[in-house]
Design a binder for this molecule. Structure first.
Ligand code: HEM
Length: 451
C-alpha cells in the first residue's frame, strides 16, 4: 500500500477573489486541473475539495464522526440567521432536535399535506390564467408559493398577507449571506431589518396557535401534529428535549427558510429547462393526461415516473444546494491523501452531478437518466441534492412530494415561456439561482389534457 500523500492542488496561491466572485467556476477549475481530491487554501486555512462518490460516502456516512459542521464557513454565514436550529447545530443539541422532529417528516406523515399543497398550486395557476401575457419572475413566484405551503403545513399558519415582506426579507438575507453585500452601513441595517421581519412572522404564528387556546388546535398535520405542535410541546416541557423560547424561534425560522427557498429554486430551474426542451415538456404532458383532468393526489404520483425524473434531472444540473462542507476533527486519509485535523472539506453536489465518470454527457438535460430502470446502476452518492448520511435533508420526502404535486398541478393548465432572450446562468448564493432572476410568461396549455 502506498503511503498517504498531500492532495494535489495549486499550493498556497491566494484565490480569494475568485472563490468569492465565481465560486462554481473556481470549484470546477480545481477539479478539472487536479482531480477528485484537491488541496487549496492559504497559510491560515486549508481546504480539501472532494468530488468522488466513494470519498463522499467516507466523509458524510462511514467516517461521519470525524467530520463536524461547527466551524465551517457555511455555518458562520447561516448562524446569525438560523441560530441553533437543526441545520446549524451540532453534537448533542443537533441529535435531540433531529430526534424530536424526525417523526413528522416520515413519508407516511408528510403525505397528509398533499391536498393543501395542491390547493396552493391551484390558486397560482388560477392567478396565471386570470392575467394572461403578464411576465413573472419565476423564482419569486415559486418562493411565495412554497413559503405559503411550508407555513401552512408545518405551522398551520396562513401566510398570504405576510408572504411578500417575508420573501423580500429572505431575499435580502440570501444576498447578504451569499457574500454579495458586505454587512456594513446600510446593508447591515437591511440585514437586521430583514431578520426582524422573519422573527415577527414566526412569533405571530406561535401567538396565533396560543390564541387558539390549545396548542394543537390549528395544526396543519395529520392527527393534529405539526412542527409547531412538537416544538411547543418541547418548549412547555411536555416533550424531550426541553426547549427555550429562543430555541423554538430558531427552529421555526430554520424550517421555514430551509423548507421553501430550496424547493422554490428546484421548481424555477425545472421551468427553465422545460421551456428549452419541448420534447420533454410534451412527454410530461402526455403522462399527466393520465389524470384525466382531475387534480393530482399523492396516490397518483407512482404513475407519474417521468415527472419525477424531470425534477430529479433538473436538480442534477442545477442543484439548489451547490455546496455542503465539514471540518475534519482528527487527521484522516481520503482517497490516499492526507486530510489533517482542522481542514475544511467542501463537497459540491454541483460538481458531483456533472462528474463525467458517473454522468455521460453530463451537461445534457436527459430525464431518462432517472427512469427507474436506469437508476439501478447509479452509485448511491453520485446524486446528492439532499446531502447524505445522518445530516441529510430531513425534508426530503416532503420536498419530493411537494415538487411533483406543484409541477403536475401547474402544468395541467399552463406552461411557461421565456419573456426575453437573456442568457440564463447560475449564480451561487446560499442557493443556486438564475443570475438576475428568470422572467417567463405563463401561457394556457392543453398538453396535459386527456386526448
Ligand atoms: C428541493 C428541496 C430541498 C433541497 C435541495 C434540500 C437540500 C438539503 C441539503 C443538501 C441538506 C444537507 C446539508 C448538509 O449536509 O450540510 C439539507 C438539510 C436540511 N434540510 Fe433540506 N432541502 C430541501 C427541502 C427541505 C424542506 C422542504 C425542509 C423542511 C420542511 C428542509 C429542511 C432541512 C433541514 C432542517 C436540514 C438540516 C438537517 C440536519 O442537519 O439534521 N429541506 N437540505
Amino acid at each position: 500500500m502506498t503511503a498517504p500523500s498531500p492532495p494535489p492542488g495549486p499550493g498556497r496561491a491566494l484565490m480569494l477573489d475568485e472563490i468569492r466572485e465565481e465560486p462554481l467556476a473556481f470549484l470546477a477549475r480545481m477539479r478539472r486541473q487536479y482531480g477528485d481530491v484537491v488541496g487549496y487554501g492559504t497559510d491560515a486555512w486549508r481546504a480539501v475539495l472532494i468530488s468522488h462518490p466513494d470519498h463522499i460516502r467516507h466523509v458524510l456516512v462511514t467516517n461521519v464522526r470525524n467530520y463536524a459542521k461547527e466551524g465551517t464557513p457555511d455555518l458562520r454565514m447561516l448562524k446569525p440567521m438560523l441560530g441553533d436550529g437543526l441545520l446549524t447545530s451540532d453534537g448533542e443539541t443537533w441529535r435531540a432536535q433531529r430526534h424530536l422532529l424526525a417523526p413528522l417528516f416520515r413519508r407516511n406523515m408528510v403525505e397528509a399535506f398533499g391536498p393543501l399543497i395542491v390547493e396552493a398550486a391551484v390558486a397560482v395557476r388560477g392567478d396565471w390564467a386570470a392575467r394572461p401575457g403578464r411576465a413573472i419572475e419565476v423564482g419569486a413566484e415559486m418562493s411565495r408559493l412554497t413559503l405559503r405551503i411550508v407555513a401552512r403545513a408545518l405551522f398551520g399558519y396562513d401566510l398570504s398577507d405576510d408572504a411578500d415582506p417575508f420573501t423580500d426579507a429572505v431575499e435580502i438575507l440570501n444576498e447578504a449571506m451569499g457574500g454579495l453585500t458586505p454587512r456594513t452601513g446600510d446593508a447591515r441595517f437591511r440585514f437586521i431589518g430583514a431578520l426582524a421581519v422573519i422573527h415577527d412572522v414566526v412569533e405571530r404564528a406561535v401567538a396565533a396557535r396560543h390564541g387558539n387556546g390549545h396548542a394543537e388546535g390549528l395544526a396543519g398535520g395529520p392527527g393534529g401534529v405539526d412542527a409547531l405542535s412538537l416544538l411547543l410541546a418541547a418548549r412547555d416541557g411536555r416533550g424531550l428535549p426541553a426547549m427555550t423560547d429562543r430555541a423554538l424561534i430558531d427552529q421555526s425560522v430554520t424550517l421555514l427558510l430551509a423548507g421553501h427557498e430550496t424547493t422554490a429554486k428546484a421548481l424555477t430551474w425545472t421551468f427553465h429547462l422545460l421551456a428549452r426542451h419541448p420534447k420533454v415538456e410534451r412527454r410530461v404532458g402526455h403522462e399527466l393526461a393520465r389524470l384525466g383532468g382531475c387534480r393530482p393526489t399523492v396516490e397518483d404520483l407512482p404513475s407519474l415516473p417521468y415527472l419525477a425524473a424531470v425534477l430529479r434531472e433538473a436538480m442534477r444540473l442545477f442543484t439548489p444546494i451547490w455546496i455542503v462542507s465539514r471540518i475534519a476533527v482528527g487527521d484522516d486519509v481520503v482517497g490516499g491523501h492526507h486530510v489533517p485535523a482542522g481542514t475544511l472539506v467542501p463537497i459540491s453536489p454541483y460538481l458531483v452531478h456533472r462528474h463525467e465518470a458517473f454522468w455521460p454527457e453530463a451537461e445534457r438535460f436527459d430525464p431518462d437518466r432517472f427512469m427507474p430502470e436506469r437508476t439501478a446502476g447509479h452509485h448511491a452518492h453520485q446524486f446528492l441534492p439532499f446531502g447524505a448520511g445522518p445530516r441529510h435533508c430531513i425534508g426530503e420526502h416532503f420536498a419530493m412530494m411537494e415538487l411533483q404535486l406543484v409541477l403536475a398541478t401547474l402544468l395541467q393548465t399552463c406552461r411557461l415561456r421565456p419573456a426575453d432572450d437573456r442568457a440564463v446562468v447560475p449564480e451561487a448564493l446560499v442557493t443556486l439561482r438564475p443570475r438576475g432572476g428568470l422572467r417567463m410568461i405563463p401561457e394556457p396549455w392543453d398538453g396535459a389534457s386527456p386526448a
